[in-house]
Design a protein around this ligand. Structure first.
Ligand code: ATP
Ligand code: MG
Length: 577
C-alpha cells in the first residue's frame, strides 16, 4: 500500500497531464463506444423502413467522421500518456542515479555491478511499459466498458444478462493466468540481472584477460549458456500461458454472440425486438469482452509493476552512510594539517580493520605508511576523504573533524592517486582535466609535462585527443599512472593521498614516475602508502602498520636503529633489488 502511494506521488508533478488524459478518454469513450452502435441502429430501424435517403446520408456521414474524430483524440491521448510515463521514468532513473552516487563505497564493494545496471535499465523499462499500459488502459477500458454496459442494458436486459452470465468463468481464468504470469515476470527480471552480471564480469579487458589466461572460455560460455537457457524457459512458458489464455478467450468470444443471435433471433422473429437493435447489441457485446479482457489485465500489470517498483524502491531507499551533517561548514582554505585521533574502524562488525590509529602530519610533510599486505594502509587513507566514517576517534584536517564539514569542500582539498589507476573512456585531455574541466589547454599540458607524460602523449596518433579505451587499456600501466598523477596535479589539492602501485616497473618507467611523484608532493601534505624506497627514504615520518595497528614509528634512521619489523622489511627490500 505504501508503495502504491509512492507511485502515485511520482505522478504529482504531472497532474495536469493526468487530467488531460482523463478528459480525452471520457470524450473517446462516449463517442467511440456509445454513438456508433446507436447510429447503426438508427440506419436499420429508421432510415431503411422510412426509405429516408437524406437521413441515411447524414448517418453514414456520422459513421465516417466519428472514427476520424476519435482517431485524432486517441493520437493526442497516446502522446500525452507516453510523455507522462516517460517523464515519470526519467525522474525515477535520475532519482536512482543520484542515490547511487550518494551511497557509500561499502555498497559497491558488495553489490554486483550487473545487478545495479539491470535495475536502472531492465527494471525501469519494465515499469515504463506497464505504466503506459495501465495509464491509458485502466481509464479507457473501464469507461468504455461502463458505457457499453449501459447501452446494452438499455437495448435489452435479458440478452445483456445472458452475455454477462459467462463472464465469471472468464474472470476466473484471467486471474489464474495473471498469477502465473506475475511469477514469471519476477523471475525474468532476476534472470536478466544475472545475464548482465555475467556479461559485465567477463566481457571487459580484465575479465577477458582472466578468462583467456586460464583457458576458461568454454566454462564461462557454459555458465552464460545456463542462465540464457533459463531465460528461454521463462519466456516460452510466459508466452504459451498467454497463448492458451488467448485461445480460450477467442472461443468464448465466438460462442457468446452465437448464443445471442440464437436467443435474440427468437425475439426478432417473434417481433418483440427490432433487427437493428439485435445488430447494435451484437456490436456492443463484441466491444464489451475485449475491454473486459484489457481491464482484467490491469491488476496484473499493476502487480508486476509493483514487483518492479519494489526492486527500484529498494535502491531509492539505500541508506546514505556518509552524509553531510545538518550544520556542516565549508572547509575553505587549509594549511594541510592532518590528525588521526585514536581512530578505530571495522568493515564487518567484530572484525576491526584499524585499531587505535593515532598520528599527526604537519603541513607540507610526507608521511609514509608501510607494512605487510592487509595491514590496513589503504583503509587508513580512505578515512581522510571520508569514504568511510570512523567507529571511534576522529580524523581532523586543520583541526576540523572531517564529519563536521561538507563533503564537497572536503574533497576539494584532497587529491588521490589510487593503487589501481582508473581512466574514463574518453580523450587524454578530458581524463587529465577530470577534476577541472574548465582548465585551459596550457594548464593541461603543463600538468602532463610535470607528470613526465607529455612527450609520450605527443607520440600518440591523436596526441591529447587520443581516446584511451575502456579503463584506459590503450596505455601501459606506467603511462596510466602518470596520467593519474597529471590529473591530480591539475586539481592542485593541499593534501595528497598516494597509494603506490605494488607492481614493479622497469627502471626508466620507475624513474619517470618517481620524478612525477616528487613534483606532485612538492608543497603538499602527503600521506603515502609507500612501496618505493625513494618515497620511504624521503619521508618525514614513517608509520609501520601491522594487523590494523601502528606498531613502529619514526624516521628511516630511527627505525633502522630500533631493529624491529621495519628493519626486517628494509633488509628484505634491499636484498630483492
Ligand atoms: N571492502 C571491504 N570489506 C571488508 N573487508 C575489507 C574491505 N576492504 C579491505 N578489507 C579488509 O581490511 C583489511 C585491511 O585492508 P587494506 O586494504 O587497508 O590493506 P592494505 O594494508 O592496504 O593492503 P595492501 O598492501 O595489500 O594494499 C584487510 O584484512 C582486508 O581484507
Ligand atoms: Mg592497499
Amino acid at each position: 500500500m505504501g508503495n502504491l502511494i509512492r507511485i502515485i506521488q511520482a505522478f504529482r508533478p504531472y497532474w495536469w497531464r493526468v487530467l488531460l488524459i482523463i478528459v480525452m478518454i471520457l470524450i473517446n469513450a462516449t463517442f467511440g463506444t456509445a454513438v456508433v452502435p446507436e447510429v447503426t441502429k438508427m440506419i436499420i430501424d429508421q432510415a431503411f423502413p422510412r426509405k429516408d435517403l437524406t437521413l441515411l446520408a447524414w448517418l453514414v456521414l456520422a459513421l465516417i467522421t466519428l472514427p476520424m474524430f476519435t482517431g485524432v483524440i486517441s493520437i493526442a491521448l497516446d502522446y500525452v500518456s507516453v510523455t507522462l510515463a516517460q517523464y515519470v521514468m526519467h525522474d525515477l532513473r535520475i532519482g536512482l542515479y543520484v542515490r547511487l552516487q550518494a551511497v557509500g563505497l561499502r555498497f559497491y564493494t558488495s553489490e554486483r555491478t550487473g545487478e545495479i545496471i539491470s535495475r536502472l535499465t531492465n527494471d525501469v523499462n519494465g515499469v515504463s511499459d506497464v505504466l503506459s499500459n495501465v495509464l491509458s488502459g485502466t481509464l479507457s477500458s473501464s469507461i468504455a466498458m461502463l458505457t457499453t454496459l449501459i447501452v446494452m442494458l438499455s437495448l435489452h436486459v435479458p440478452l445483456t444478462l445472458l452475455s454477462l452470465g459467462l463472464t465469471p468463468i472468464f474472470v476466473y481464468l484471467a486471474v489464474r493466468v495473471g498469477n502465473v504470469l506475475r511469477g514469471a515476470s519476477k523471475e525474468k527480471q532476476q534472470t536478466l540481472a544475472d545475464v548482465l552480471s555475467v556479461l559485465e564480469e567477463t566481457l571487459n579487458v580484465s575479465g577477458t584477460l582472466l578468462v583467456k589466461s586460464f583457458g576458461r572460455q568454454r566454462a564461462e560460455t557454459a555458465r552464460f549458456s545456463a542462465i540464457s537457457e533459463r531465460l528461454v524457459t521463462i519466456q516460452v512458458h510466459q508466452t504459451m500461458v498467454a497463448r492458451w489464455f488467448l485461445l480460450s478467450f477467442h472461443l468464448f468470444f465466438n460462442i457468446v454472440p452465437a448464443l445471442v443471435y440464437y436467443l435474440g433471433g427468437f425475439q426478432v422473429i417473434g417481433g418483440q425486438l427490432s433487427p437493428g437493435s439485435l445488430i447494435a447489441f451484437i456490436a456492443l457485446q463484441s466491444q464489451f469482452f475485449p475491454t473486459l479482457r484489457q481491464l482484467l489485465g490491469i491488476p496484473l500489470d499493476i502487480q508486476s509493476a509493483l514487483a518492479l517498483f519494489e526492486r527500484l524502491f529498494e535502491y531509492l531507499d539505500l541508506p546514505i552512510e556518509i552524509a553531510d551533517c545538518s550544520n556542516a561548514t565549508t572547509l575553505d582554505h587549509i594549511a594541510g594539517h592532518i590528525r588521526f585521533h585514536h581512530v578505530s574502524f571495522c568493515y564487518q562488525p567484530e572484525q576491526p580493520a584499524l585499531i587505535d590509529i593515532d598520528f599527526a602530519v604537519q603541513p607540507g610533510q610526507l608521511v609514509a605508511l608501510v607494512g605487510p599486505s592487509g595491514a590496513g594502509k589503504s583503509t587508513t587513507a580512505y578515512l581522510l576523504p571520508r569514504f568511510y566514517d570512523v567507529e571511534q576517534g576522529a580524523v581532523e584536517i586543520d583541526g576540523h573533524d572531517v564529519r563536521s564539514v561538507t563533503q564537497e569542500s572536503l574533497l576539494q582539498h584532497i587529491g588521490m592517486v589510487t593503487q589501481e589507476t582508473y581512466l574514463l573512456n574518453t580523450t587524454i585531455r578530458e581524463n587529465i582535466a577530470y577534476g577541472r574541466p574548465d582548465a585551459a589547454d596550457e594548464e593541461v599540458i603543463a600538468a602532463a609535462q610535470t607528470a613526465q607524460i607529455h612527450e609520450r602523449i605527443l607520440h600518440l596518433p591523436n596526441g591529447y585527443e587520443t581516446v584511451v579505451g575502456p579503463r584506459g587499456y590503450v596505455l601501459s600501466g606506467g603511462e596510466k599512472q602518470r596520467i593519474a598523477i597529471a590529473r591530480v596535479l591539475l586539481k592542485n589539492p593541499r593534501i595528497l593521498i598516494l597509494d603506490e602501485a605494488t607492481s614493479a616497473l622497469d627502471t626508466r618507467s620507475e624513474r619517470l614516475i618517481q620524478a612525477a611523484l616528487a613534483e606532485l608532493q612538492m608543497g603538499r601534505t602527503t600521506l603515502a602508502i609507500a612501496h618505493r624506497l625513494s618515497t620511504i627514504l624521503s619521508a618525514d615520518q614513517i608509520l609501520v602498520m601491522n594487523a590494523g595497528r601502528i606498531v613502529e614509528r619514526g624516521t628511516h634512521a630511527q627505525l633502522l636503529q630500533q631493529g624491529g619489523l621495519y628493519s626486517q622489511f628494509y633488509d628484505e627490500q634491499l636484498k630483492s633489488r
